[in-house]
Ligand binder design. Sequence first.
Ligand code: PEP
Ligand code: MN
Length: 338
Amino acid sequence: MIIVIKSEASNQEIENILTQVQRTGLEFSVLKNSEKTIILTQPNYDINVDLFKSLPKVEYVVTLNEDYKLVYKNINALETVIDLGDVKIGGNELIVIAGPCSVESEEQLEKVSLAVMKLGVKILRAGAFKFRTSPYSFQGLGKHALDMLEELKLKTGLKIITEILDYHDLKYFEKVVDIIQIGARNMHNVNLLKAVGEINKPVLLKRSFAATLREFLFSAEYILMGGNKNVILCERGIRTFSDYTRNTLDLSIIPAIKQRSHLPIIVDPSHATGKRDYIIPMSLAAIASGADGLIIEVHHQPELAYSDADQAIRLEQFEELMKQAKKVAEAVGRKLTF
Ligand code: PEP
Ligand code: MN
């Protein structure tokens, strides 16, 4: 285990950490320079790493028993920042991605896009190929929707994120899409993960509704193993016994991921709650918990949306969300520019 202590730690605080290390009975040594103090212990696979991670002034802990290697935060790794030119994901600035669940028509796409763009959105979400639970539900306009997104992109300069279901479609995505989304239901699809790992395009990886943190990070590991380091994680709610929301937003995974991984993580309160009235409070909570941004479903006429109508927020609600999000971002030392 390697414990990196924050530079501002006092001698007493370093002593307290050392006392806990001594209690393990492991051999250890201390490295010190003007900036940091690092404690190295002999390997031990049974150690309660979380205890050390939670001690005051511990910056992070690296253990030898974590078997995901590339997504893991190691001593030299900087936080990953996804660079999309004039937009970045990760770092101090927060990103708000917004748009409809699905592309429904040229008119709908244009109405929603122009409205969210006016409020500062630079990345538009809109599903073309939809992974629906029921085969009788709207399945998306597929390739035709990608063509509409391409046209919109040319017209507006918006960046596009949309979900891929089948790696055979990658050829269409590479041309039009700025961020490829892997949905919750495909988080375990290793062939798809490997395929997007081999291309040089950012990937938004959504957590499956039944994935542990470890399984989630292993899926990201598959992508990084192929050479593609531009992965953004997304918490979108998990399935629990709680039935007043569609899923349960697991916000505690945000600090847990931040402790372990250098990858940015954003939150999708739309699929997490399934109800438009809960989107603003959960968005604010997500920012407060350290998320690097939000992905939100917005519709100009939510009641008429072809998919996920109950969770799409109205344009006025989105405007309010942006105002409040800015305040919370500032309160936690982050920036939200729009
Ligand atoms: C979506 O973003 O439209 C979607 C289907 O999300 P998820 O994969 O999280 O259910
Ligand atoms: Mn949706």
